[in-house]
Design a protein around this ligand. Structure first.
Ligand SMILES: [Zn+2]
Length: 67
């Protein structure tokens, strides 16, 4: 799973968790296509703040990609 950024051409998106208006929402998915689908069909996506809060609370671990 990776984190994908969702942006709209016309600008603002609203985070469903904190209701802040942001330029990008983030979705955790296996690829870009699934991220879009989760966002469009299930309203998935969090702003950067909420995403990191969730990752801290859920004890997510980071895998550093090889260069
Ligand atoms: Zn938020």
């Amino acid at each position: 799973m990776r984190i994908f950024a969702i942006a709209e051409d016309n600008g603002e998106l609203k985070c469903p968790s904190c209701l802040w208006r942001v330029s990008r929402l983030y979705v955790i998915a296996k690829d870009e296509k699934e991220a879009r689908k989760l966002y469009e069909e299930e309203g998935a996506g969090l702003c950067a703040d909420c995403l990191v809060d969730m990752m801290v609370e859920e004890k997510y671990e980071i895998v550093v990609p090889e260069k």
